[in-house]
Design a protein around this ligand. Structure first.
Ligand code: AMP
Length: 581
């Protein structure tokens, strides 16, 4: 049998190693169940070398004997200090590569001598050469250095029969790159690349850190003078950011963060995804500008691109997909784990060099979108069955995602949660999978947040939970077989069946016309709430008009004058419709 060649993603923040076995790619676990090696090297108390997680852990306390982000220095003549010795960037990278080589050997049960290593598309000759040298120092013959976006494209299109042009949007911990990649016959080629090697998920963390520091300062404590406290806050910020990728709120708790006059200072606060997204909006704008620059560099426009592939852990931030879809109108693919797809592509390239037959990566994904319904707007009018997707199709499973919804009236005591499968913006055109009521809500004013969570496992079992955020009151249902329930043909039949149940299209549309007085008031309140949320987005002139309309609606509501409600609600609906579109 031919000698194995391993594929290595030598990243700024994290590194991974993957191998092809029986035509399939395995990203090798560094620790059981955990295939990611933080790109950290450190010296322990006893002067032994630490690599990966233990080095990352001690960075908090001993930054002076821990090295991170060595990739940024590759190709330079810089030396870094570690204990009493000084090392070149190649040597530090070699320590990481040795560790990866060794886990691969353990996994394969045989020695490994050859590797394919990935580098950013913008790496210069000197940087590529330094990477090659790092490999050699680690005892690896570097069979090929390939571009990260090429590797990412390979992980999606191992067989690349298609002729395609894709955008590879890669947002890691500390770097951002977008590349235009052409896939044609047997050639995968980077046509243009643009990015910012000082922008990444760490900057998102930094925004949260600033927010937390301000929060503490507002409470009379200044953590900035304590390195240890700042390190803990930074960790907490990253964890909060990661949590917000799957849920609408996160609690941030750090006990005994500081000592203030002999009294412990605890950090305890909550961050909403909505507020976090506002903090990072400027960064996302910057990445979208880079997309246009890269396209220009390739002499292409968005319409020449078939799809976007997401790479890098930070692309799990949902607003990134939302913005790419909304601003560029492109399909965004993320079914290959964005942390692992570069290593996967490197292994595919390595497998090909070793003469193996490598098929495309198989991952467990949901082929369907699942969501719920809420009061929303359709064509400028209120519609009570607006579909809100929670888990999107092609998401790797198992997966847990949640989003927040709000009650519409004061003292609302119950909410109904509907669970659907499908893509149609009108929930009634999707397949109903289940429903349940959450009762005995606290008698809160309108806009009482209810968090709805969908958890889908590999066996197709979906648990849907609704939780009143302020009280923790919870209700769940379990729905079995959601992944095998409907084949394509059945889907159409089911759709028709459901549509008949509601008496066909006309009647559904008619339903919104025939709303009760109560419903009209509910809708008006929801409209006001929405307008207040969108107020920041409005232009100066619109803003004034919106405020006037809100006032008019509030007056009409408080005097129970339904006739006076009609005009301002329809005017406000119209403005909001344009504001959102
Ligand atoms: P990479 O350099 O590709 O390994 O990406 C690392 C970055 O991704 C770090 O900033 C992580 O905090 C970030 N990251 C990892 N998982 C998530 C997640 N679920 N949501 C948002 N950011 C994440």
């Amino acid at each position: 049998m031919a000698e194995k060649i391993i594929g290595i993603d030598l990243g700024t923040t994290n590194s991974e190693v993957a191998v092809v076995e029986n035509g399939r790619v395995t990203v090798v676990d560094i620790m059981p169940g955990h295939p990611i090696l933080p790109s950290f090297v450190g010296l322990a108390d006893d002067s032994s070398i630490l690599v990966g997680e233990p080095a990352k852990n001690q960075y908090v306390l001993y930054p002076e004997r821990t090295i991170k982000s060595i990739k940024r220095r590759m190709g330079s003549a810089d030396q870094v200090e570690l204990g009493d010795a000084r090392y070149s960037p190649q040597e530090i990278s070699a320590i990481i590569l040795r560790q990866l080589k060794s886990v691969a050997e353990k996994h394969l049960g045989e020695p490994v001598h050859k590797a394919v290593i990935t580098v950013p598309a913008y790496f210069s000759d000197a940087q590529r050469q330094a990477t090659r040298e790092a490999g050699e120092i680690a005892g690896l013959e570097v069979m090929r250095i390939i571009n990260e976006p090429t590797a990412a494209a390979l992980s999606y299109e191992a067989n690349h029969q298609d002729h395609k042009k894709v955008l590879v949007y890669d947002l890691g911990g500390g770097t951002f790159d977008v590349s235009v990649v052409s896939i044609e016959d047997n050639v995968v080629e980077v046509l243009a690349s643009h990015g910012n090697n000082q922008l990444g998920g760490d900057d998102f963390d930094a925004k949260i850190v600033t927010h937390l520091v301000d929060h503490l300062k507002n409470h009379g404590a200044d953590p900035t003078t304590s390195r240890k406290a700042m390190a803990r806050i930074t960790r907490a910020a990253e964890n909060a950011k990661i949590a917000l990728s799957d849920q609408p709120y996160v609690r941030i708790e750090e006990e005994y963060l500081l000592d203030k006059g002999g009294m412990p200072v605890n950090l305890s606060t909550e961050l909403a995804r909505y507020d976090y997204e506002a903090m990072i909006a400027g960064y996302i704008d910057e990445t979208l500008e880079a997309v246009h620059i890269a396209l220009k560099g390739a002499n292409l426009t968005v319409s020449d691109i078939d799809e976007v592939l997401l790479v890098g852990g930070a692309t799990r931030t949902p607003v990134i997909t939302e913005r790419l879809e909304a601003d560029l109108n492109l399909t965004v693919r993320a079914e290959v784990n964005p942390d692992l797809c570069v290593a996967t592509g490197a292994a595919i390239q390595a497998g090909m060099l070793a003469g193996e037959d490598v098929s495309a990566v198989l991952v467990d994904i949901t082929p369907y979108t699942f969501g719920t319904s809420a009061l929303g707007e359709r064509d400028g009018a209120f519609y009570p069955y607006q579909y809100v997707p929670i888990i999107h199709k092609n998401t790797p499973i198992p997966v847990t995602k949640s989003d927040v919804f709000y009650t519409v009236v004061d003292h609302q005591e119950q909410v109904k949660v509907d669970v659907y499968q499908g893509e149609d913006p009108d929930a009634l055109n999707n397949i109903p999978l289940g429903e349940f009521m959450v009762e005995n809500l606290s008698k809160a004013p309108a806009n009482n947040p209810i968090v709805i969570q969908f958890a889908l496992d590999l066996n197709g079992i979906m648990n849907v939970t609704a939780r009143e955020k302020n009280t923790g009151l919870e209700k769940s249902i379990r729905i079995d077989n959601v992944l095998t329930r409907y084949e394509e043909g059945e889907l159409q039949t089911a759709r028709q069946r459901i549509s008949r149940l509601f008496g066909g299209e006309e009647q559904i549309a008619g339903k919104t016309e025939d709303v009760s007085e109560h419903q009209r008031m509910v809708q008006a309140r929801a409209l006001v709430e929405k307008a207040e949320r969108l107020l920041d987005k409005a232009a100066e002139d619109d803003r004034e008009e919106i405020i006037n309309l809100i006032e008019a609606i509030k007056d009409a509501l408080s005097s129970n004058n339904l006739d006076a409600l009609k005009e301002p609600t329809s005017a406000l609906s119209e403005i909001l419709f344009y504001l959102e579109s």
